[in-house]
Design a protein around this ligand. Structure first.
Ligand code: HEM
Length: 448
C-alpha cells in the first residue's frame, strides 16, 4: 500500500520534472538495456573521475599560490621553519596542515588523477580488444586518442605545482623529451619555458593545468560524446553474425531512456568512486617531499608519476637517447591514432584479429613491465642484452599464445560455419550468405 503510494508520487514528481525541463529533447539517446554492465560505461567512469578533478581542483585553487618566491607567511604557523621555501610549496604545505580536510582534498585530487588515467587506460584497452574503433566509430577513436594526450598533459603539468625538488627534476626531464618532439617540440619550447626563469616555468605549467588543457579536454570530450550520441553504443563484439552468441534483434530493440535510468546507473558508480577515493586518501594521505632548492633534497632520485615511468626507464637503456625515446612515443601514438585505418577487417571479435590482439597484449605487457622496472630501478642504466632478454619474451610468448589460440579457434569456427550453413533461423542472415559488411549492418541496426 505504502510502496504503491510512494512509487506513484515519485513517478508524478519525475513526470513533472521531465515535462518542465523538456528533458527528453536534450538527454542522451536511449541505449539497449544489456548495457547495464560496467564494461559498457568505462568512458563514463572516466568522465566521473574528471568531474571530481574539476571540483577538487577548484577548491584547491582557493589556497594554492603559483609562485616560486620565498615566503614567510604561506606555510601557516610554522613559517619560520621554511623561510626559504617557495610559496607554491608553502601553500601546499598549508593546505595539508592547516586547511580543514585539506589533506583529504589534496590527496584525493592526486589519487583522483592516478585513477582517472588508470580508468582511461581501461577504457582504451577495452575499446581496443572489442574493436570499437571499427566503422562507423573511427573518429570517436581518434578524438579519444587526443583525449588521452590531453589527460596525460594534465598529469604532467600538475606534477610541478607542489614545487618539490622531485617534481622539478622530473618536469625538467619531461621538458627535455617534449622539446625533441618532431615539429611540435620547437613550437612548444617558448611556450613551456616562457622567459627561462623558474617562475616563468611554474606560471606556464599552472596556466596549462588549470585553464588551457581543461578547456581543450572539455571541448574534446564534447566532440567525443557528440560522436557517441550520433552512433549509439558499440554492440558487443559477439554481435558479429558469425559468432556463437549473437546480438539478437530482441536485445537490440529493448532500449531504456538515458534519463533517469542510465544517468542514475552512472551516478551510482560515481558515488562509489568518490567513496573509495576518500577512503584511500584518508588511510594513506599523500606526503609532501622536500621543496625545490632545499639542501635536504640534494641527492633525490628523479622519478615521475607511475604513468610516465615506462618512458623514463626507456631513456635508461644504453644507447637510447631522448630523440629515440621521443621517436618511439610518436610512433606508438600514431599507431593508436590511425588504428581504425590499419585494422580494416570487418570482424570485431578478438579471436578474428590475431595480429592486432598480439600487438595490444604485447604493448600492455611491455608497459606494465617497464612501469614496474622504472619504479624499482629509477635512473639505473640497463645494458642491451638485459633489455633484449627482459622485453623479448613478452612479445614472443604473446605471439605464440595468440597464434595457438587463433589456430585452435579457426577449426571450431569453421565447424560452426559448416553446421550452420543448413538451417539457420537467427535474427541475422545465415552465415553462408553474410555479405562482407554484415557487422556494420548489425551495428547500423543497433544504432538506429
Ligand atoms: C579523458 C579520456 C576519455 C573520456 C572522458 C572518454 C569518455 C567516453 C564516454 C563517456 C564514452 C561513451 C561510452 C562509455 O561510457 O564508454 C566513450 C566512448 C568511446 N570512447 Fe572514450 N573517453 C576517453 C578516452 C578515450 C580514448 C583514449 C579512446 C581511444 C583511443 C576512446 C575511444 C572511445 C570510443 C571508440 C568510444 C565509443 C565506444 C562505444 O560506443 O561503446 N576514448 N568515451
Amino acid at each position: 500500500m505504502f510502496s504503491h503510494w510512494y512509487n506513484r508520487t515519485l513517478n508524478k514528481i519525475w513526470g513533472f520534472v521531465e515535462d518542465r525541463t523538456s528533458m527528453k529533447k536534450w538527454a542522451l539517446r536511449p541505449q539497449p538495456d544489456f548495457t547495464f554492465k560496467p564494461s559498457y560505461w568505462t568512458g563514463a567512469f572516466v568522465v566521473n573521475a574528471f568531474l571530481y578533478q574539476v571540483i577538487s581542483g577548484a577548491l584547491l585553487l582557493l589556497y594554492y599560490q603559483p609562485s616560486t618566491a620565498p615566503t614567510l607567511t604561506a606555510c601557516g604557523q610554522v613559517a619560520g621553519t621554511f623561510s626559504t621555501a617557495p610559496a607554491a610549496w608553502c601553500s601546499t604545505y598549508y593546505i595539508i596542515n592547516s586547511v580543514p580536510m585539506g589533506s583529504l582534498l589534496l590527496s584525493s585530487h592526486l589519487y583522483g588523477a592516478y585513477a582517472m588515467i588508470f580508468l582511461m587506460f581501461v577504457h582504451f584497452f577495452r575499446g581496443y580488444y572489442v574493436g570499437v574503433y571499427k566503422a562507423p566509430r573511427e573518429f570517436s577513436w581518434m578524438v579519444g586518442t587526443l583525449l588521452m594526450l590531453t589527460t596525460l598533459g594534465m598529469g604532467f603539468t600538475g606534477y610541478l605545482l607542489p614545487y618539490t625538488q622531485l617534481s622539478l627534476n622530473a618536469t625538467n626531464v619531461g621538458i627535455v623529451l617534449a622539446l625533441r618532439l618532431p615539429t611540435f617540440g620547437p613550437l612548444l619550447g617558448p611556450f613551456i619555458l616562457a622567459d627561462g626563469t623558474s617562475q616563468g616555468l611554474l606560471s606556464r605549467m599552472f596556466d596549462a593545468h588549470v585553464l588551457l588543457i581543461p578547456v581543450a579536454l572539455g571541448a574534446l570530450l564534447y566532440a567525443h560524446i557528440a560522436l557517441f550520441e550520433s552512433h549509439g553504443i558499440a554492440p558487443p563484439a559477439t554481435s558479429d553474425p558469425l559468432q556463437r552468441r549473437r546480438f539478437t534483434e530482441k536485445e537490440d530493440k529493448k532500449h531504456v531512456p538515458f534519463m533517469p535510468h542510465i544517468f542514475f546507473y552512472i551516478t551510482k558508480w560515481g558515488l562509489l568512486y568518490v567513496g573509495v577515493l576518500f577512503g584511500i586518501a584518508a588511510l594513506w594521505p599523500w606526503q609532501l617531499t622536500a621543496y625545490a632548492g632545499n639542501v635536504a633534497a640534494a641527492g633525490i632520485v628523479t622519478e615521475p608519476d607511475w604513468y610516465f615511468l615506462w618512458l623514463f626507464k626507456l631513456v635508461d637503456f644504453t644507447g637510447v637517447t631522448p630523440v629515440i625515446a621521443v621517436a618511439v612515443t610518436t610512433v606508438l601514438m600514431l599507431y593508436v591514432l590511425f588504428l581504425p585505418f590499419l585494422d580494416r577487417s570487418k570482424r570485431t571479435h578478438p579471436r578474428d584479429r590475431p595480429l592486432f590482439i598480439w600487438i595490444a597484449t604485447s604493448l600492455l605487457g611491455f608497459f606494465i613491465m617497464m612501469t614496474v622496472w622504472g619504479g624499482e630501478t629509477p635512473g639505473v642504466q640497463i645494458a642491451p642484452m638485459q633489455v633484449a632478454s627482459t622485453i623479448g619474451p613478452i612479445f614472443l610468448v604473446n605471439g605464440l599464445v595468440t597464434a595457438l589460440f587463433h589456430l585452435r579457434y579457426r577449426r571450431s569456427y569453421a565447424r560452426r560455419l559448416a553446421a550452420r550453413s543448413v538451417p539457420y533461423s537467427g535474427a541475422y542472415p545465415s552465415p553462408g550468405s553474410v555479405p562482407s559488411g554484415s557487422v556494420g549492418a548489425a551495428e547500423a541496426s543497433s544504432s538506429e
